[in-house]
Every structure is written in structure tokens, then in C-alpha cells.
Design a protein around this ligand. Structure first.
Ligand SMILES: [Zn+2]
Length: 439
């Protein structure tokens, strides 16, 4: 399909905005971007009138556990240890169908709020891939490799991860990608971490890990695997064992030092910051301004719906922009431009998805039209300000992914949304019953 989208604003990147712009799409790619006059050069292309809209690059959720939508609102207001205990007992009852339905619901929520791609870590990768494919989204999928004190379990999950890469990487015309997901330095020993890393290199895919989420994580990892850290940080340890590299994306990175940030920058490690989840679980506050200053690629993630409880990146951008102002007494920290960049180009860079994150010729046609004709968004002087401080996910009017319309004016065009809402409610009730949790 060939399209020309005429919009009041085209946000190519947070620093390049065209007023009265035109975006031309052929197949799955953006081929031309410019002022409205450009449209005359493409007379036969399907015209999309978006004079009331701002066109932005599809948002990228840099860290998620999509199927945890089924556990939304089930473990609120408790510390991470208790939270993990409750969640892990529910997860032990998960079936493939649960993951499939939970991921579809997550995809629907994300698409409706302008997210076109997400970086996921969850069980039953085949079910996740199927959901991504059917909804028409993009996803980077990894199996959480959790060893704890059971080496055989670590081995089994590593093999599952490898099978997922073999089977699903590149699926759905490349919309599905895979990576290796060693869960965290306190749930995987050094040998397993290095092996996951080596396999990722061999298959030319990424590594997705949780890192430095809680204050006592280094101590826990040290005790669990006898690392002999002796005051060295987790980042230093991971660097010493050769784990860090530019194909690694690390979620959280809250408890990192200046020296750690230098190491992350030097190794090209991407960071997925999840301010809402971090606040909710009282994990702490990641030094994102310092990471950005030193050139670390930082994306924004929602984390799972059990700790957020929404998958709306507009909320996440606003939270990221407010958090540092409030806690450090400096209103210049994390500007609207920086917040939007983290949810687009920053995430694309952290995930090494070079074709995404901007509205430019040659990039993938993952486009989101946000309706500005709303009381909340009038008047519009600076669309970047609105996108971070005023827009809500529900203001998204149209979503195109890979050149295909997936959502338009209140309707999901790819799957039976109503049916999935009912299935998700049923699946969640049955899951809670099996796990013996009041839901
Ligand atoms: Zn997570």
C-alpha cells in the first residue's frame, strides 16, 4: 500500500519538527518526508488527512513482560521481595494460553497508546511471537533464564531461549525478533551469564537482563554465587566476566555509580529505564540524567503490568520528565525533548533497532497519529511539550506498523478485540484460582 499522510505537525525526531508536513509511505517503509507541498509529487498515493494531528514515530517500550497484564492489580503496595514471591507463585501456574491471551491484551493496550514495538521477557516465547504477529506489532522476545540454585533449571531455560531464537527470530516479516534473557545477576551465575552472552553473539542477537534494580542486589548475587565482589559493583563484575557489550540492554540500572556509568558508556550497553515501576516498587531512582550526559543509550520501559500497572508510554515519558525535577529540585532535568527521545530514538538505539525511532526516509513505516483536537491539547504551540506533558494514550487516533494500519479511530483492525477482552478476564480468573490467590 502507498500512502501520503498530511499532518499539522510531523515530528521526525524531538529536534526536527515540520509544521504542515507530509509523510510518504511505500510498502513497509517511509520513502519521503517534507512540507505539505510534497504530496503533489505522489498524486496516486492514498491520502490520509491528518490536519488535526501530529505524526510521531511509533513509541518503543524498552522493557516489558507483556503477559503480566493477567496479574494487573494483583500485587500492589508491597516491597519487591514479597511482590516477587507472590508473582512467582502465580507464574508457576501459567499455561501457554494464558501467555498468549495476556500478551495480546498487552499489545492492544500498547497499540492504542501509540507503542508499536516492545522489548519483552517472558515464558512461552511461541505464544508471545504469535500474539505479536497477529496483532501486527513489533516485538523483541526473550525467555527469562532463571537459575537461582538449580543449575539444571538454568540449563533448560537457556536451551529454551536458544530454541526460541532459532524458531522465531525474524518471524512475521522481521517484526518478531529474539534475544537471550538471562534474568538478572542474582538469579544467574557467572557461567550461565557468559554462556547466554556467547550464544547471543553466535546468533547475532541481543541480550536482555535486569541489572542493579535494588540496593541489596549486589550482596544477594555475591551470596548466591560466591562472587567475591569485595566492594566491586555488579557492573564491574559483569564487565570483568566479559558479559557487557553493545548488544546488551539492561533494565533499571538504578544502583550504579559514576564509574559504572562510564563502563556502560564504554561498552555501548543500552539501558531501559522504568520510572513508574521503580517508583511503585520503591526500588529507587536511576541516574538517567548522568547516563544521558555520558552518552549511554537510554530507552523508556513500562516493565510488566503487575508493577506499573499500565503499558502507556505517554505516562512513562511524563513520569520520567517529572521525577528528576521533583527529587533533585532542578526543573531543567530531563526535558520534554529528552523524554520523547528516550521513548523513540533512544530505545531504538539501546535495542539496536536502527530502522526505527524516527520519521525519516528509509526507516520503517511505524507511525502514530495523535489527535490534537481535544480540549486538553488546545492551543498547540509546541507539539513536543504536549506529547510529554499533556497527551494521554487515549489521544492516539491512528497507528500504522510496518506500513499497515493496525488501529484507526477507536478500532483495532487486526484481531477481535472484544473477544480477547473476555478471554483475558476468564484466563486471569482461572489462573488466580489455580494459584490460590484472591483476585
Ligand atoms: Zn522487568
Amino acid at each position: 500500500m502507498e500512502w501520503k499522510i498530511l499532518a499539522r505537525f510531523v515530528v521526525q525526531t524531538p529536534h526536527r519538527v515540520i509544521r504542515n508536513g507530509c509523510v510518504v509511505v511505500e510498502g513497509d517503509r517511509i520513502v519521503d518526508v517534507g512540507r505539505a507541498g510534497l504530496s503533489g509529487r505522489y498524486p496516486r498515493y492514498e491520502r490520509v488527512d491528518a490536519q488535526d494531528c501530529v505524526v510521531i514515530p511509533g513509541l518503543i517500550n524498552a522493557h516489558c513482560h507483556a503477559a503480566m497484564t493477567l496479574m494487573r492489580g494483583i500485587a500492589d503496595d508491597m516491597p519487591l521481595d514479597r511482590w516477587l514471591g507472590k508473582i512467582w507463585s502465580i507464574e508457576s501456574e501459567l499455561r501457554r494460553e494464558d501467555v498468549y491471551v495476556g500478551t495480546v491484551i498487552a499489545c492492544l493496550e500498547m497499540v492504542r497508546s501509540g507503542t508499536t514495538c516492545f522489548n519483552d521477557m517472558y515464558f512461552y516465547p511461541g505464544a508471545v511471537a504469535e500474539a505479536v504477529e497477529e496483532v501486527g506489532m513489533r516485538g523483541v522476545i526473550s525467555v527469562p533464564i532463571i537459575e537461582l540454585d538449580d543449575r539444571a533449571r538454568g540449563e533448560r531455560l537457556l536451551r529454551e531461549g536458544e530454541e526460541a531464537v532459532r524458531e522465531h527470530h525474524g518471524r512475521a516479516g522481521g517484526r518478531v525478533r529474539c534475544s537471550f534473557g538471562p534474568h538478572a545477576p542474582y538469579t544467574c551465575g557467572p557461567e550461565l551469564l557468559v554462556r547466554a552472552r556467547e550464544l547471543a553473539d553466535r546468533y547475532h542477537v541481543g541480550v536482555h537482563i535486569h541489572m542493579a534494580e535494588t540496593r541489596d542486589e549486589a550482596k544477594r548475587a555475591d551470596e548466591a554465587y560466591d562472587l567475591g565482589l569485595n566492594g566491586r559493583s555488579l557492573v564491574e563484575y559483569l564487565d570483568e566476566i566479559g558479559f557487557l557489550g553493545d548488544n546488551v540492554i539492561a533494565a533499571h540500572c538504578i544502583w550504579v555509580t559514576d564509574r559504572d556509568i562510564d563502563i556502560l558508556a564504554r561498552r555501548g550497553v543500552g539501558v531501559a529505564s522504568n520510572p513508574v515501576s521503580n517508583m511503585k516498587l520503591a526500588d529507587g531512582i536511576a541516574p538517567v540524567p548522568e547516563m544521558l550526559n555520558r552518552g549511554v543509550g537510554v530507552g523508556l520501559g513500562t516493565d510488566g503490568a503487575a508493577s506499573n500497572n499500565c503499558l502507556d508510554l505517554f505516562e512513562e515519558m511524563k513520569a520520567a520528565a517529572l521525577l528528576y525535577k521533583a527529587t533533585r529540585g532542578d526543573p531543567t532535568l530531563i526535558t520534554a525533548h529528552q523524554a520523547l527521545e528516550m521513548a523513540t530514538l533512544g530505545a531504538a538505539r539501546a535495542l539496536r533497532l536502527e530502522g526505527l525511532g524516527a520519521v525519516e526516509g528509509g526507516r520503517k513505516a511505524d507511525l502514530v497519529l495523535v489527535d490534537l483536537k481535544r480540549p486538553r491539547l488546545v492551543p498547540t504551540h509546541d507539539p513536543i511539550s504536549h506529547l510529554v506533558y499533556a497527551v494521554k494514550g487515549g489521544d492516539v487516533k491512528t497507528v500504522m506498523i510496518d506500513g499497515r494500519l493496525v488501529y484507526d479511530r477507536g478500532r483495532i483492525l487486526t484481531v477481535d478485540e472484544e473477544g480477547f477482552l473476555e478471554r483475558a478476564q476468564r484466563a486471569s480468573e482461572s489462573l488466580m484460582e489455580r494459584a490460590g490467590v484472591g483476585g
